[in-house]
Design a protein. Sequence first.
Lengths: 98, 169
Amino acid sequence: MNGCSDAELPTRAFLIRVLRAKHITVVEQDQGYWKIDAGSGEMKVLHLPEHPSKTMLQAFAHKYDIPIDHFYHPERAEKAASTKSKPPAEQSAPKEDP
Amino acid sequence: MVETNGMDKAKPNQAKALHAAGGDSHTVMLDNVKVLIWHDGEAWFAHGLEIDYFAQGATFKEMKIHFEEGLSRTIVEHVKDYKTIEGVLKPAPTMYWDKFHQESFKGNLGGTLRGHVFFKSAKPANGTPNVTDVTIVEYIYPISYLCSEKLMAQAVDSCTSVPAGAGAK
């Protein structure tokens, strides 16, 4: 998929980190089930294994519009998120309409 | 209250969803939801197409438990938070539908899901509703219907609850 070996597959903690960097709320329920709420009525309770398979990562990538390489390099996701969440004055992108 | 989300007019093979509520008791029924099931070399994976819900498991049985339990919890949370199951009914991306049709055509894994979830959502005067008595009545994967013999053999190896001869066509 991206040249990563199985040994480099991210853990559940990595996955959660990436989702949270996208401002998706991830809350643990119990027995390995996590409530994942992206807002606007889009919410799921999913079982997150300690080691999500590539297929599961791909499903998350499609579902939440996250580039797949962010799951292998969380710092990219965090960088993207921090750029987005900076006050408009600090961003080089044009200011959004109020 | 009965909520059918327009699926009450569905054709016989189309997915149907029903949410009935009386007092604190809720019944949610899903029928004919298409589920793409496959082994990706690492784990068993299921993706519900009309509901864009997915689950993984090291074995077929584990994947099935994660799918059923997680979907039931999702339904309960939607009723608790939004009072409706509308948010559950979001279709999966096109690539999964294409894969389902391709695999079905080749005779590989696929199936349909039929499930009922009964539960009570009692709302205390001071806040968040408590959900009690969640009961999954039945989930049925007619896995004998579309499975290839090879994949069925893998499923039988990893799932002791699959009835003998389920892979026969």
